[in-house]
Design a protein around this ligand. Structure first.
Ligand SMILES: Cc1cc2nc3c(=O)[nH]c(=O)nc-3n(C[C@H](O)[C@H](O)[C@H](O)COP(=O)(O)OP(=O)(O)OC[C@H]3O[C@@H](n4cnc5c(N)ncnc54)[C@H](O)[C@@H]3O)c2cc1C
Ligand SMILES: NC(=O)c1ccc[n+]([C@@H]2O[C@H](COP(=O)([O-])OP(=O)(O)OC[C@H]3O[C@@H](n4cnc5c(N)ncnc54)[C@H](O)[C@@H]3O)[C@@H](O)[C@H]2O)c1
Length: 463
């Protein structure tokens, strides 16, 4: 009888991602008996195939770029740098392994936590199957993340994804990147800087289409200046392995069929949530058309006792949003029950170099809100610190609600943009008037010291 074999827990967590691990530890600390189920490597996407490895590669690519461009700062480098992808990968693998081992140790050190390896799927709304084991709980937390979406027409091709490209130990000759958004642009610049010839094919008319067109055009300029070929309005239809090696991609542009060939192709065409593996219908869970589990602002699904956190709930697709889901969940279960998704202000960075830091609304989104707006923009080329560094590409801009005086959104695309954006974000979370920031004295010489100057230039926006 199945009931004889059932193992019962106070909580079952499916997925050892950016929300699952801290939640397991927080619940265990309060003496809950917790099972955490993981089918792959501990730490999920961020640690193994996402943020950590890509940002390690961004650092190596930046070093290669700095050496190639050192003559601009008066340093003569005798010959072009030699890139050793094996060594770059080894450094990345150590960072990943250290992080993974840290998670394994933290979970193993907690006697209240049982780690179960395998793929979990629902039997019903309180029971989950993992191999031959059956687990039961009245509280089940889904943190199953997402995987690369493979578009139709590429099934029979030797394509790369964010996972397999990180296993290469030789830089590709010609890399075709399909998808001009976060994943595509970061890998495109990494590989171009490491010595590959890169072509980006993007279906939309602009790169990173979630941003304002002005930002998108500046990003394109930066990438093209480094030698990356960008083709927008290119819907990729299929790929074909060439007999002589390499791959040909067929795409449609302006109603015409075109082809481009390369030694490798990276599919960066979005992500699909791993909810299909859960057999969610057996628990009666509502899954939307894109595969996300629907949740309310407290992360509760339509089924009592089942919660969804991280990328799989469609409420954010970043490590910090997944971790914030953990914080909300912990507060709802163990704390003051005050934190919800409604408190979160959108923010992220695109880690090309220079990075794009973003907080809150874009200008187009702000215009759609119907509010009275103030807006200011300043090119990085006006900023002393950027000139001194010889890194003057990009801009800084801010949008303010003219009535409440609160900052609605900001973008810092330029040297240090991923860190500087935090100044705007903190002001937004503090609900301060922009004038507080405008009247602050910032350290010289920094890019941040120009934020007060930027705010002095705010002008009314005509809708
Ligand atoms: C290339 C790349 C770069 C990125 N860079 C950044 C960045 O710089 N900054 C940033 O904020 N975000 C970045 N992200 C996004 C970030 O990695 C994710 O948003 C983050 O990892 C949150 O994921 P999660 O917690 O929802 O789940 P994940 O970390 O994806 O974990 C889900 C886990 O669940 C497991 N699982 C799935 N189904 C089952 C099942 N049925 N049974 C058992 N286990 C299961 C999976 O194996 C996985 O380990 C990047 C993503 C990619 C792909
Ligand atoms: N810096 C970061 O924080 C970071 C970095 C990487 C990834 N991420 C996360 O990962 C998520 C996924 O990123 P992503 O870039 O894969 O997905 P995305 O959904 O943002 O972009 C996919 C792109 O592929 C294009 N595309 C789709 N099919 C195509 C086709 N057939 N031909 C040509 N173009 C096509 C789309 O138009 C789109 O621009 C992001 O939402 C982000 O949250 C974050």
């Amino acid at each position: 009888m199945i009931e004889d074999r059932v193992e019962t827990f106070d909580a079952i967590i499916i997925g050892s991602g950016q929300a699952g691990n801290p939640l397991a530890l927080a619940l265990a600390k309060e003496k809950w008996k917790v099972a955490i189920v993981e089918k792959g490597a501990l730490g999920g996407t961020c640690v193994n195939t996402g943020c950590t490895p890509t940002k390690a590669y961004v650092a190596s690519a930046r070093a290669a770029w700095a050496i190639s461009n050192a003559h601009n700062l008066g340093i003569e480098v005798p010959k072009s740098p030699k890139v050793n992808l094996k060594a770059i990968k080894k450094r990345k693998d150590k960072l990943v392994t250290d992080s993974r081992l840290g998670i394994r140790k933290a979970l193993a050190d907690s006697p209240q936590v049982t780690m179960i390896r395998g793929t979990a799927s629902f039997l019903d709304k309180t029971r989950v199957k993992v191999g031959s084991r059956v687990l039961k709980s009245y509280k089940i937390f889904l943190n199953v993340g997402a995987r690369a979406r493979i578009p139709e027409g590429f099934d029979d091709v030797d394509y790369l994804t964010n996972t397999s490209i990180l296993q290469l130990d030789k830089v590709t000759d010609n890399l075709i990147v399909i998808g001009g958004s976060y994943i595509g642009l970061e890998f495109a610049q990494i590989f171009q800087r490491l010595g590959a010839k890169v072509t980006i094919l993007e279906m939309g008319n602009y790169l990173i289409s979630k941003e304002d067109q002005h930002t998108s055009e500046l990003v394109r300029e930066v990438l093209e200046k480094e030698g990356i070929k960008v083709i927008c309005g290119a819907k990729c239809m299929k790929g074909k392995n060439k007999k002589s090696g390499g791959i040909t991609v067929t795409f449609e542009k302006d109603g015409k069929e075109k082809k481009v060939s390369g030694s490798h192709v990276l599919l960066a065409t979005g992500r699909i949530p791993n909810t299909d593996l859960l057999k969610p219908e057996k628990a009666g869970l509502i899954i939307d058309d894109h595969g996300y589990v629907e949740v309310n602002s407290k992360l509760v699904t339509n089924v009592e006792g089942i919660y969804a956190l991280g990328d799989c709930n469609g409420e954010g697709a970043f490590t910090h949003t997944s971790y914030n889901d953990f914080e909300i969940m912990a507060d709802q279960l163990l704390g003051e029950k005050k934190r919800t998704l409604d408190d979160r202000i959108t923010n992220y960075a695109l880690y090309i170099d220079p990075p794009l830091g973003r907080a809150g609304m874009t200008l187009s989104q702000a215009k759609e809100s119907g509010k009275n707006l103030l807006f200011a923009r300043m090119p990085m080329s006006d900023i002393s610190r950027a000139k001194e560094k010889g890194e003057t590409q990009g801009k800084m801009e801010v949008i303010v609600d003219a009535d409440s005086e609160q900052i609605l959104g900001a973008a810092v695309f330029g040297t240090g943009g991923d860190e500087i954006i935090g100044t705007f974000l903190t002001t937004m979370y503090s609900k301060l008037s922009y004038k507080t920031l405008m009247n602050s004295v910032q350290t010289h010489p920094t890019v941040t010291e120009l934020i007060p100057t930027l705010l002095q230039q705010l002008k009314k926006v005509d809708h």
